[in-house]
Design a protein around this ligand. Sequence first.
Ligand code: 5AD
Length: 356
Amino acid sequence: MTQYRDILDRLARGREVSQEELAELVTLSGEPRVLDYARGLAREVRQEWYGHKVYLRGLVEISSHCSGGCYYCGLRAENRSLERYSLSEEQIMEACREGYALGLRSFVLQGGQMMDLEERIANLVVALKSAMPDAAVTLSLGEQRSSTYEAWRKAGADRYLLRHETASAEHYAQLHPARMSFAERLACLEELHRLGYQRGAGFMVGTPGQTNEMLAHEVEFLKDLSPEMVGIGPFIPQKDTPLGGMARGDVATTLMMLSLVRAALPKALMPATTALATTAGNGTLLGVLSGANVVMPNITPRQYRGSYAIYDGKKSSGTESAEGIERLAEELHSIGYEATMTRGDHPDFPDSEAKR
Ligand code: 5AD
């Protein structure tokens, strides 16, 4: 218990920290003193690269159709209770144009994984990039063929989000059907890197069967993988899924993981996730205070937001939405941070404005 400062200091300085020590920190998430110390360090480390800036990204949930079978997710193909939708190119363009008018210069197009998207998405990215050349486009459409990732990159996509979900192959197999594999997920992440995307990985905290040792391993895994972005959020049960009856992930543990990953990856762009905001009333601010430096307001046309039901109770209004951007900026300001709507590239990428 008294060792926690030493372990955290070493982590933040890029020195050797053992898996046992990291697991010990995860176990101490419930201790306010430990969590506070981790958080303070995470803020210091983040500050070096990003000052007090928090980058806003406009999130468009473009389609809820999915061929995946993830046991935790309400969009899984096997869920017949969900009303599915798919936005037209014009609807997506309009949502981004509105976001652009508000000042946003970074858009995330997220949707279920489908095999027939290549041409439509390529055309959409070309249209977006020619209408808004100074905006960054991030895609998040699951596992795809290499040739599809390549076509989208050529069309102008800058970044791709594909969470690894867990760094344990065994746990991955507990959370997904046999048609999905950890090896395939890693191969996709590798391919995205090769194609020059800024890529986002990430994991859930509190999935059924996850241990503190597994969470400790996340830190080491992410250090090795070194993705430009990392999304971390608590597991939240969705009633029409196989894991619908399980307990949700713990907020303090999620915040501890944010701080540990921030300490290990100083330059990463890390969102205060919607899952965190859904689980804790002030989750977005807690996330930022724990090392996050991105928030993704939802700019999906309002009538579709209820249908993107990856988990129950998902927040899509208030400071999570376009309407709430001004309020979000005020709330961030009140804790000493500044909402920023520029592209917000990773410091190692050419368009970056992050300073050293
Ligand atoms: N609880 C929390 N996060 C979830 N995701 C999917 N389902 C859930 C859930 N029930 C996350 C996954 C996925 C991202 C889009 O949302 O990590 O990669």
